[in-house]
Design a protein around this ligand. Structure first.
Ligand SMILES: [Fe+2]
Length: 465
Protein backbone atom coordinates (compact mmCIF):
# COMPACT_ATOMS: atom_id res chain seq x y z
CA UNK A 1 0.00 0.00 0.00
CA UNK A 2 1.24 3.50 -0.81
CA UNK A 3 2.38 5.80 1.99
CA UNK A 4 2.30 9.57 2.26
CA UNK A 5 5.11 11.85 3.44
CA UNK A 6 4.15 11.21 7.06
CA UNK A 7 4.50 7.47 6.55
CA UNK A 8 0.74 6.88 6.68
CA UNK A 9 -0.80 4.20 4.51
CA UNK A 10 -3.25 5.52 1.93
CA UNK A 11 -5.51 2.97 0.29
CA UNK A 12 -5.87 2.97 -3.49
CA UNK A 13 -3.61 5.98 -3.90
CA UNK A 14 -1.40 6.42 -6.94
CA UNK A 15 1.66 8.67 -6.97
CA UNK A 16 -0.41 11.67 -8.05
CA UNK A 17 -2.85 11.25 -5.14
CA UNK A 18 0.02 10.96 -2.63
CA UNK A 19 1.61 14.08 -4.04
CA UNK A 20 -1.70 15.97 -3.79
CA UNK A 21 -2.25 14.86 -0.19
CA UNK A 22 1.29 15.81 0.85
CA UNK A 23 0.88 19.22 -0.74
CA UNK A 24 -2.47 19.73 0.95
CA UNK A 25 -1.12 18.87 4.40
CA UNK A 26 1.74 21.36 4.16
CA UNK A 27 -0.40 24.09 2.59
CA UNK A 28 -3.13 23.70 5.21
CA UNK A 29 -0.70 23.73 8.13
CA UNK A 30 1.16 26.78 6.84
CA UNK A 31 -2.22 28.53 6.32
CA UNK A 32 -1.60 28.95 2.60
CA UNK A 33 -4.16 29.67 -0.06
CA UNK A 34 -3.15 27.43 -2.96
CA UNK A 35 -6.03 24.98 -2.70
CA UNK A 36 -7.69 25.28 -6.09
CA UNK A 37 -5.55 22.64 -7.81
CA UNK A 38 -6.21 20.21 -4.95
CA UNK A 39 -9.97 20.78 -5.13
CA UNK A 40 -9.90 20.05 -8.86
CA UNK A 41 -7.81 16.91 -8.32
CA UNK A 42 -10.31 15.77 -5.65
CA UNK A 43 -13.12 16.24 -8.14
CA UNK A 44 -11.35 14.09 -10.71
CA UNK A 45 -10.19 11.39 -8.28
CA UNK A 46 -11.73 7.97 -8.87
CA UNK A 47 -9.95 5.64 -6.44
CA UNK A 48 -8.64 7.36 -3.31
CA UNK A 49 -11.45 8.53 -0.98
CA UNK A 50 -9.09 10.65 1.04
CA UNK A 51 -8.87 13.35 -1.62
CA UNK A 52 -12.57 14.22 -1.79
CA UNK A 53 -12.99 13.81 1.96
CA UNK A 54 -10.23 16.38 2.52
CA UNK A 55 -11.86 18.65 -0.04
CA UNK A 56 -15.12 18.29 1.92
CA UNK A 57 -13.35 19.37 5.12
CA UNK A 58 -11.82 22.36 3.41
CA UNK A 59 -15.23 23.40 2.10
CA UNK A 60 -16.96 22.91 5.47
CA UNK A 61 -14.32 25.01 7.20
CA UNK A 62 -15.60 28.01 5.21
CA UNK A 63 -18.57 28.34 7.62
CA UNK A 64 -20.95 29.21 4.81
CA UNK A 65 -24.04 27.82 3.13
CA UNK A 66 -22.09 27.47 -0.12
CA UNK A 67 -19.27 25.71 1.70
CA UNK A 68 -21.74 23.27 3.24
CA UNK A 69 -23.22 22.44 -0.19
CA UNK A 70 -19.76 21.98 -1.66
CA UNK A 71 -18.71 19.86 1.31
CA UNK A 72 -21.76 17.65 0.88
CA UNK A 73 -20.91 17.12 -2.78
CA UNK A 74 -17.30 16.13 -2.06
CA UNK A 75 -18.35 13.87 0.81
CA UNK A 76 -20.82 12.06 -1.44
CA UNK A 77 -18.00 11.55 -3.93
CA UNK A 78 -15.76 10.19 -1.15
CA UNK A 79 -18.45 7.77 0.00
CA UNK A 80 -18.71 6.35 -3.52
CA UNK A 81 -15.16 5.01 -2.98
CA UNK A 82 -15.65 3.90 0.63
CA UNK A 83 -15.79 0.17 -0.05
CA UNK A 84 -12.10 0.13 -1.01
CA UNK A 85 -11.07 2.60 1.70
CA UNK A 86 -8.79 1.82 4.64
CA UNK A 87 -9.84 2.09 8.30
CA UNK A 88 -8.26 5.53 8.60
CA UNK A 89 -10.02 6.80 5.49
CA UNK A 90 -13.34 5.46 6.81
CA UNK A 91 -12.74 7.32 10.06
CA UNK A 92 -12.22 10.52 8.05
CA UNK A 93 -15.49 9.88 6.22
CA UNK A 94 -17.34 9.24 9.50
CA UNK A 95 -15.96 12.40 11.13
CA UNK A 96 -16.88 14.50 8.09
CA UNK A 97 -20.36 12.97 7.90
CA UNK A 98 -20.92 13.90 11.54
CA UNK A 99 -19.71 17.45 10.89
CA UNK A 100 -22.06 17.88 7.97
CA UNK A 101 -24.94 16.62 10.14
CA UNK A 102 -24.09 19.16 12.86
CA UNK A 103 -22.85 16.48 15.26
CA UNK A 104 -19.59 18.23 15.98
CA UNK A 105 -19.24 16.52 19.37
CA UNK A 106 -19.12 13.24 17.46
CA UNK A 107 -16.65 14.67 14.92
CA UNK A 108 -14.37 15.73 17.74
CA UNK A 109 -14.58 12.29 19.37
CA UNK A 110 -13.68 10.57 16.09
CA UNK A 111 -10.76 12.93 15.50
CA UNK A 112 -9.46 12.26 19.00
CA UNK A 113 -9.55 8.53 18.30
CA UNK A 114 -7.81 9.06 14.98
CA UNK A 115 -5.05 11.07 16.60
CA UNK A 116 -4.64 8.33 19.24
CA UNK A 117 -4.35 5.63 16.58
CA UNK A 118 -2.55 7.56 13.82
CA UNK A 119 -0.73 10.43 15.55
CA UNK A 120 1.28 11.09 12.39
CA UNK A 121 -1.95 12.26 10.73
CA UNK A 122 -1.40 15.95 11.36
CA UNK A 123 -4.56 17.01 9.52
CA UNK A 124 -6.66 14.67 11.66
CA UNK A 125 -5.24 16.64 14.59
CA UNK A 126 -5.75 19.98 12.86
CA UNK A 127 -9.42 19.30 12.18
CA UNK A 128 -9.88 17.82 15.65
CA UNK A 129 -8.45 21.01 17.12
CA UNK A 130 -10.80 23.06 14.94
CA UNK A 131 -13.81 21.18 16.35
CA UNK A 132 -12.47 21.51 19.90
CA UNK A 133 -11.97 25.25 19.31
CA UNK A 134 -15.49 25.69 17.97
CA UNK A 135 -16.92 23.74 20.90
CA UNK A 136 -14.93 25.74 23.45
CA UNK A 137 -13.21 22.52 24.60
CA UNK A 138 -9.73 23.75 25.54
CA UNK A 139 -8.79 20.45 27.19
CA UNK A 140 -9.46 18.51 23.99
CA UNK A 141 -7.53 21.16 22.04
CA UNK A 142 -4.53 20.46 24.27
CA UNK A 143 -4.94 16.66 24.39
CA UNK A 144 -4.79 16.56 20.60
CA UNK A 145 -1.81 18.92 20.50
CA UNK A 146 0.12 16.83 23.04
CA UNK A 147 -0.57 13.55 21.23
CA UNK A 148 0.56 15.05 17.93
CA UNK A 149 3.72 16.42 19.45
CA UNK A 150 4.65 13.08 21.03
CA UNK A 151 4.74 11.46 17.59
CA UNK A 152 6.04 14.43 15.55
CA UNK A 153 8.72 16.08 17.62
CA UNK A 154 10.72 16.89 14.49
CA UNK A 155 7.78 18.84 13.06
CA UNK A 156 7.46 22.55 13.88
CA UNK A 157 3.75 22.56 13.07
CA UNK A 158 3.15 20.05 15.88
CA UNK A 159 4.97 22.34 18.36
CA UNK A 160 2.81 25.29 17.30
CA UNK A 161 -0.40 23.27 17.53
CA UNK A 162 0.49 22.07 21.00
CA UNK A 163 1.47 25.62 22.02
CA UNK A 164 -1.98 26.95 21.21
CA UNK A 165 -3.65 24.18 23.23
CA UNK A 166 -1.41 24.98 26.19
CA UNK A 167 -2.22 28.69 25.93
CA UNK A 168 -5.96 28.06 25.89
CA UNK A 169 -5.50 25.93 29.04
CA UNK A 170 -3.71 28.89 30.71
CA UNK A 171 -0.34 27.09 30.74
CA UNK A 172 1.33 30.20 29.41
CA UNK A 173 4.99 29.53 30.17
CA UNK A 174 4.95 26.16 28.45
CA UNK A 175 2.90 27.56 25.60
CA UNK A 176 5.42 30.33 25.04
CA UNK A 177 8.40 27.99 25.05
CA UNK A 178 6.67 25.57 22.65
CA UNK A 179 5.79 28.41 20.27
CA UNK A 180 9.33 29.79 20.40
CA UNK A 181 10.71 26.30 19.74
CA UNK A 182 8.49 26.00 16.65
CA UNK A 183 9.73 29.36 15.37
CA UNK A 184 13.36 28.41 15.98
CA UNK A 185 12.79 25.31 13.87
CA UNK A 186 11.03 27.27 11.13
CA UNK A 187 10.55 31.02 11.09
CA UNK A 188 7.64 30.83 8.66
CA UNK A 189 5.04 29.22 10.92
CA UNK A 190 2.16 31.70 11.26
CA UNK A 191 0.25 29.47 13.69
CA UNK A 192 3.24 29.45 16.05
CA UNK A 193 3.42 33.26 15.74
CA UNK A 194 -0.25 33.27 16.58
CA UNK A 195 0.19 31.05 19.66
CA UNK A 196 2.94 33.32 20.95
CA UNK A 197 0.78 36.40 20.28
CA UNK A 198 -1.87 34.82 22.51
CA UNK A 199 0.67 34.24 25.29
CA UNK A 200 1.81 37.88 25.15
CA UNK A 201 -1.78 39.12 24.96
CA UNK A 202 -2.80 37.05 28.00
CA UNK A 203 -0.17 38.78 30.12
CA UNK A 204 -0.53 42.22 28.58
CA UNK A 205 3.04 42.20 27.24
CA UNK A 206 2.10 44.88 24.74
CA UNK A 207 5.41 46.30 23.61
CA UNK A 208 6.82 42.82 23.09
CA UNK A 209 3.67 41.85 21.21
CA UNK A 210 3.99 44.69 18.71
CA UNK A 211 7.71 44.08 18.23
CA UNK A 212 7.36 40.32 17.84
CA UNK A 213 4.44 40.31 15.41
CA UNK A 214 5.96 43.20 13.46
CA UNK A 215 9.16 41.19 13.08
CA UNK A 216 7.29 38.19 11.64
CA UNK A 217 4.75 39.98 9.46
CA UNK A 218 6.84 39.66 6.30
CA UNK A 219 6.20 35.88 6.38
CA UNK A 220 2.40 36.27 6.22
CA UNK A 221 2.16 37.52 2.64
CA UNK A 222 1.34 34.04 1.26
CA UNK A 223 -1.14 33.25 4.04
CA UNK A 224 -4.83 32.76 3.45
CA UNK A 225 -7.09 35.60 4.45
CA UNK A 226 -7.96 34.12 7.85
CA UNK A 227 -4.37 33.81 9.05
CA UNK A 228 -3.24 37.06 7.46
CA UNK A 229 -6.06 39.19 8.84
CA UNK A 230 -6.09 37.39 12.18
CA UNK A 231 -2.40 37.90 12.95
CA UNK A 232 -2.74 41.57 12.00
CA UNK A 233 -5.84 41.68 14.22
CA UNK A 234 -3.68 40.46 17.09
CA UNK A 235 -1.18 43.22 16.41
CA UNK A 236 -4.02 45.76 16.39
CA UNK A 237 -5.15 44.53 19.84
CA UNK A 238 -1.74 45.34 21.26
CA UNK A 239 -1.91 48.81 19.68
CA UNK A 240 -5.33 49.48 21.21
CA UNK A 241 -4.06 48.57 24.67
CA UNK A 242 -1.04 50.82 24.09
CA UNK A 243 -3.46 53.73 23.55
CA UNK A 244 -2.53 53.80 19.85
CA UNK A 245 -6.10 53.48 18.55
CA UNK A 246 -5.39 55.62 15.47
CA UNK A 247 -2.81 53.11 14.31
CA UNK A 248 -5.14 50.21 15.05
CA UNK A 249 -7.84 51.87 12.96
CA UNK A 250 -5.39 52.34 10.11
CA UNK A 251 -4.51 48.66 10.45
CA UNK A 252 -8.18 47.82 10.16
CA UNK A 253 -8.30 49.64 6.82
CA UNK A 254 -4.99 48.37 5.49
CA UNK A 255 -4.70 44.80 6.78
CA UNK A 256 -7.70 43.43 8.64
CA UNK A 257 -10.66 44.36 6.46
CA UNK A 258 -10.56 44.10 2.72
CA UNK A 259 -8.74 40.86 1.90
CA UNK A 260 -11.81 38.63 1.50
CA UNK A 261 -14.86 40.47 2.76
CA UNK A 262 -17.19 37.52 2.09
CA UNK A 263 -15.31 35.16 4.42
CA UNK A 264 -16.62 34.56 7.95
CA UNK A 265 -13.20 34.70 9.58
CA UNK A 266 -12.32 38.02 7.95
CA UNK A 267 -15.69 39.34 9.03
CA UNK A 268 -15.32 38.48 12.69
CA UNK A 269 -11.80 39.89 12.83
CA UNK A 270 -13.20 43.14 11.45
CA UNK A 271 -16.23 43.19 13.75
CA UNK A 272 -14.23 42.44 16.85
CA UNK A 273 -11.69 45.13 16.02
CA UNK A 274 -14.29 47.83 15.35
CA UNK A 275 -16.12 46.97 18.57
CA UNK A 276 -12.92 47.12 20.62
CA UNK A 277 -11.97 50.45 19.07
CA UNK A 278 -15.37 51.89 19.93
CA UNK A 279 -15.16 50.62 23.50
CA UNK A 280 -12.01 52.71 23.81
CA UNK A 281 -13.79 55.77 22.48
CA UNK A 282 -12.63 55.72 18.84
CA UNK A 283 -14.87 57.05 16.08
CA UNK A 284 -15.01 54.33 13.43
CA UNK A 285 -17.08 56.38 11.01
CA UNK A 286 -19.15 54.47 8.46
CA UNK A 287 -17.21 51.23 8.76
CA UNK A 288 -20.03 49.30 10.46
CA UNK A 289 -22.24 49.89 7.43
CA UNK A 290 -19.68 48.34 5.12
CA UNK A 291 -19.04 45.31 7.35
CA UNK A 292 -22.75 44.76 8.02
CA UNK A 293 -23.49 44.72 4.30
CA UNK A 294 -21.39 41.53 4.10
CA UNK A 295 -23.01 39.73 7.06
CA UNK A 296 -26.61 40.55 6.18
CA UNK A 297 -27.08 37.21 4.46
CA UNK A 298 -25.86 35.26 7.52
CA UNK A 299 -28.95 35.72 9.70
CA UNK A 300 -29.73 32.00 9.63
CA UNK A 301 -26.17 30.61 9.43
CA UNK A 302 -25.69 29.21 12.95
CA UNK A 303 -22.52 27.27 12.19
CA UNK A 304 -20.73 28.38 15.36
CA UNK A 305 -22.46 30.52 18.01
CA UNK A 306 -19.33 32.55 18.54
CA UNK A 307 -19.53 33.71 14.91
CA UNK A 308 -23.26 34.40 15.05
CA UNK A 309 -22.92 36.68 18.06
CA UNK A 310 -20.40 38.85 16.26
CA UNK A 311 -22.48 39.06 13.08
CA UNK A 312 -25.40 40.17 15.20
CA UNK A 313 -23.40 42.89 16.94
CA UNK A 314 -22.23 44.27 13.58
CA UNK A 315 -25.80 44.42 12.29
CA UNK A 316 -26.94 46.11 15.48
CA UNK A 317 -24.15 48.69 15.41
CA UNK A 318 -24.94 49.41 11.77
CA UNK A 319 -28.55 50.12 12.73
CA UNK A 320 -29.93 47.18 10.74
CA UNK A 321 -32.97 46.85 13.02
CA UNK A 322 -35.07 44.45 10.96
CA UNK A 323 -32.08 42.17 10.29
CA UNK A 324 -31.34 42.11 14.04
CA UNK A 325 -34.94 41.21 14.85
CA UNK A 326 -34.92 38.43 12.25
CA UNK A 327 -31.60 37.06 13.46
CA UNK A 328 -32.68 37.10 17.13
CA UNK A 329 -35.80 35.08 16.22
CA UNK A 330 -33.70 32.69 14.18
CA UNK A 331 -31.27 32.20 17.08
CA UNK A 332 -34.19 31.39 19.39
CA UNK A 333 -35.39 28.77 16.90
CA UNK A 334 -31.87 27.38 16.71
CA UNK A 335 -31.74 27.11 20.50
CA UNK A 336 -35.06 25.27 20.58
CA UNK A 337 -33.86 22.69 18.09
CA UNK A 338 -30.41 22.30 19.70
CA UNK A 339 -29.09 18.79 20.22
CA UNK A 340 -28.39 17.76 23.83
CA UNK A 341 -24.64 18.44 23.58
CA UNK A 342 -25.19 22.03 22.49
CA UNK A 343 -28.21 23.12 24.53
CA UNK A 344 -26.22 25.03 27.12
CA UNK A 345 -24.38 26.87 24.37
CA UNK A 346 -27.43 28.00 22.45
CA UNK A 347 -30.13 28.35 25.10
CA UNK A 348 -28.17 29.47 28.16
CA UNK A 349 -25.53 31.56 26.44
CA UNK A 350 -26.10 32.50 22.82
CA UNK A 351 -29.72 33.66 23.02
CA UNK A 352 -29.36 35.88 26.12
CA UNK A 353 -25.97 37.11 24.90
CA UNK A 354 -27.44 38.03 21.51
CA UNK A 355 -30.25 40.02 23.11
CA UNK A 356 -27.74 41.63 25.46
CA UNK A 357 -25.43 42.62 22.60
CA UNK A 358 -28.36 44.10 20.68
CA UNK A 359 -29.32 46.07 23.80
CA UNK A 360 -25.76 47.34 24.24
CA UNK A 361 -25.53 48.36 20.59
CA UNK A 362 -28.55 50.61 20.95
CA UNK A 363 -27.44 52.07 24.27
CA UNK A 364 -29.76 50.16 26.61
CA UNK A 365 -27.04 49.35 29.12
CA UNK A 366 -29.29 48.22 31.97
CA UNK A 367 -30.82 45.56 29.75
CA UNK A 368 -27.40 44.65 28.38
CA UNK A 369 -26.12 44.05 31.92
CA UNK A 370 -29.09 41.83 32.75
CA UNK A 371 -28.85 39.67 29.64
CA UNK A 372 -25.08 39.49 29.23
CA UNK A 373 -24.86 38.70 32.94
CA UNK A 374 -27.01 35.60 32.31
CA UNK A 375 -24.78 34.52 29.44
CA UNK A 376 -21.33 35.15 30.92
CA UNK A 377 -21.07 32.02 33.12
CA UNK A 378 -21.58 29.87 29.99
CA UNK A 379 -19.40 31.92 27.65
CA UNK A 380 -16.66 29.30 27.38
CA UNK A 381 -19.01 26.98 25.49
CA UNK A 382 -19.61 29.21 22.45
CA UNK A 383 -16.25 28.53 20.80
CA UNK A 384 -13.41 30.86 19.86
CA UNK A 385 -10.26 31.65 21.81
CA UNK A 386 -9.94 33.31 25.20
CA UNK A 387 -8.71 36.50 23.51
CA UNK A 388 -11.60 36.49 21.04
CA UNK A 389 -14.25 35.84 23.69
CA UNK A 390 -12.86 38.64 25.83
CA UNK A 391 -14.73 41.02 23.51
CA UNK A 392 -17.98 39.94 25.16
CA UNK A 393 -16.49 40.48 28.60
CA UNK A 394 -15.40 43.96 27.53
CA UNK A 395 -18.90 44.81 26.30
CA UNK A 396 -20.39 43.47 29.54
CA UNK A 397 -17.94 45.58 31.56
CA UNK A 398 -18.80 48.66 29.50
CA UNK A 399 -22.50 48.10 30.18
CA UNK A 400 -21.83 47.64 33.91
CA UNK A 401 -19.88 50.87 34.10
CA UNK A 402 -22.39 52.87 32.09
CA UNK A 403 -25.31 51.67 34.20
CA UNK A 404 -23.65 52.28 37.54
CA UNK A 405 -22.90 48.71 38.66
CA UNK A 406 -19.75 50.00 40.33
CA UNK A 407 -18.93 47.08 42.61
CA UNK A 408 -19.35 44.50 39.86
CA UNK A 409 -17.26 46.60 37.45
CA UNK A 410 -14.57 47.08 40.11
CA UNK A 411 -14.30 43.34 40.67
CA UNK A 412 -13.79 42.71 36.94
CA UNK A 413 -11.29 45.55 36.54
CA UNK A 414 -9.24 44.33 39.50
CA UNK A 415 -9.17 40.82 38.03
CA UNK A 416 -8.08 42.30 34.68
CA UNK A 417 -5.37 44.28 36.43
CA UNK A 418 -4.04 41.16 38.16
CA UNK A 419 -3.75 39.29 34.87
CA UNK A 420 -2.57 42.20 32.72
CA UNK A 421 -1.09 44.80 35.06
CA UNK A 422 0.17 47.40 32.60
CA UNK A 423 -2.89 48.48 30.59
CA UNK A 424 -3.58 52.24 30.80
CA UNK A 425 -7.29 51.81 30.01
CA UNK A 426 -7.73 49.40 32.93
CA UNK A 427 -6.10 51.94 35.27
CA UNK A 428 -8.37 54.69 33.96
CA UNK A 429 -11.41 52.45 34.45
CA UNK A 430 -10.33 51.80 38.02
CA UNK A 431 -9.81 55.53 38.62
CA UNK A 432 -13.31 56.20 37.32
CA UNK A 433 -14.89 53.62 39.62
CA UNK A 434 -12.87 54.72 42.65
CA UNK A 435 -14.04 58.31 42.10
CA UNK A 436 -17.65 57.19 41.97
CA UNK A 437 -17.17 55.24 45.19
CA UNK A 438 -15.59 58.28 46.89
CA UNK A 439 -12.20 56.58 47.15
CA UNK A 440 -10.34 59.67 46.02
CA UNK A 441 -6.81 58.65 46.90
CA UNK A 442 -7.09 55.36 45.07
CA UNK A 443 -8.59 57.20 42.11
CA UNK A 444 -5.65 59.58 41.99
CA UNK A 445 -3.17 56.72 42.29
CA UNK A 446 -4.80 54.80 39.44
CA UNK A 447 -4.87 57.91 37.25
CA UNK A 448 -1.20 58.51 37.98
CA UNK A 449 -0.33 54.91 37.07
CA UNK A 450 -2.23 55.29 33.79
CA UNK A 451 -0.27 58.44 32.96
CA UNK A 452 3.02 56.76 33.82
CA UNK A 453 2.22 53.83 31.57
CA UNK A 454 1.25 56.11 28.69
CA UNK A 455 4.52 58.02 29.14
CA UNK A 456 6.50 54.78 29.19
CA UNK A 457 4.80 53.52 26.02
CA UNK A 458 5.26 56.85 24.26
CA UNK A 459 8.99 56.75 25.06
CA UNK A 460 9.28 53.18 23.78
CA UNK A 461 7.53 54.14 20.56
CA UNK A 462 9.76 57.19 20.19
CA UNK A 463 12.88 55.06 20.70
CA UNK A 464 11.68 52.52 18.13
CA UNK A 465 10.89 55.18 15.51
FE1 LIG B 1 -6.09 34.36 17.87
Amino acid sequence: MARDGQGLEVGSADAGAIEALDFLREEWLVFGKRFQTFMEAADREERCALLPVMAANLALSMNSVEGRALGARHLKHAKSMEKDASTRERAWIAATTAWLAGDTDKSLAIHEKMVAEWPRDLLAGKLGQLHAFNLGDAKALLRIGERLLEANRENHFAWGMCAFGLEECHRLDEAESHARHAIEMERKDPWAHHALAHCLEARGRLVEGVAFLGSMADTWEDCNSFMYTHNWWHLALFLIDLDRADEALAMFDQRVWGVWKEFSEDQINAISLLARLELRGADVGGRWTDVASYVKDRLHDHFVPFLDLQYLYALARAGEGSAVTEMLASLEDRAESAKPFERETWADCTVPAAHGLAAHAKGDHVEAVRLLGQAMPHLGTIGGSIAQRSLFGAIHLDALMRSGWNDAALKILLADERERPDIPATKRGLADIYRRLGRTEQAMAADYQAQQLVRRYTNVKGAAA
